[in-house]
Write a protein that binds this ligand. Structure first.
Ligand SMILES: [Zn+2]
Length: 229
């Protein structure tokens, strides 16, 4: 049941660590995109989804990605501070998914959290990175310019979070990669409303090309870590 009332007070987020603030923002980006392109969308849900997406795009485009020792979002308690506005956008994206549920990025993300402990928002962002590329290649009319742009900012912030060691993403290869793909494809409650059909071999190819969960760049990171330790 939806709540009768929600209290949105940005001041309560001021002491929230960057890891949690950024994960929540990236999760909200995925909520807005997935509701916006969901086959279960309605005119009303799309208004909420697109409003949240456009606001998040404006905010994240002008925010520097996380870097060590620097607060990711400012600590101003003002009602127009970045934290307060992110909170409002996240709530609007929440209204959108309450009408449609989520789609592909969430379907694939749950396995990363359950098996590798990747925080939910980062797991969704890592999955969205290749899923948007797949959708743009396979069915370009599904991904409008604003969605493409907000996913580009999502990638920038996710990469910043990895560099700042706010999150570790697994490098998936072989059977681990196949398990990730199969877990996502089998989650019918989410994949049934994903707007673009995804085939197993296509998914594996796009994950490799994206490189955030597997493929050349992920393998390089995995090989480097023991040498640096
Ligand atoms: Zn979520």
């Amino acid at each position: 049941m939806p709540p009768d009332l929600a209290v949105l007070d940005g001041e309560l987020t001021l002491t929230c660590p960057d890891r949690h603030s950024l994960a929540a923002a990236l999760d909200a980006v995925c909520h807005s995109i997935e509701s916006g392109w969901s086959l279960a969308g309605t005119p009303s849900s799309r208004v909420y989804a697109n409003a949240a997406r456009d606001h998040l795009l404006r905010h994240l485009t002008h925010s520097a990605p996380p870097s060590p020792g620097i607060r990711w979002a400012d600590d101003s308690p003002a009602s127009d501070s970045p934290r307060h506005l992110l909170l409002l956008a996240a709530a609007v994206a929440g209204v959108a998914i309450s009408q449609t549920r989520t789609t592909g990025a969430h379907a694939f993300a749950y396995h990363l959290t359950a098996e590798y402990g990747v925080p939910h928002g980062f797991a969704c962002a890592a999955s969205m990175s290749w899923i948007e590329a797949h959708a743009s290649a396979r069915q370009p009319e599904t991904v409008d310019e604003a969605t493409r742009a907000v996913v580009e900012t999502l990638r920038r912030h996710l990469d910043g979070a990895r560099s700042a060691r706010l999150v570790n993403l697994p490098s998936l290869e072989g059977s681990a990669l196949e398990e990730y793909v199969d877990a996502g494809l089998n989650l019918r409650s989410r994949m049934a409303t994903h707007p673009v059909p995804i085939e197993r071999t296509e998914a594996i190819r796009h994950i490799g090309q994206d490189g955030r969960l597997g493929g050349k760049s992920a393998t390089k990171v995995a090989q480097k870590m023991p040498q640096n330790a």
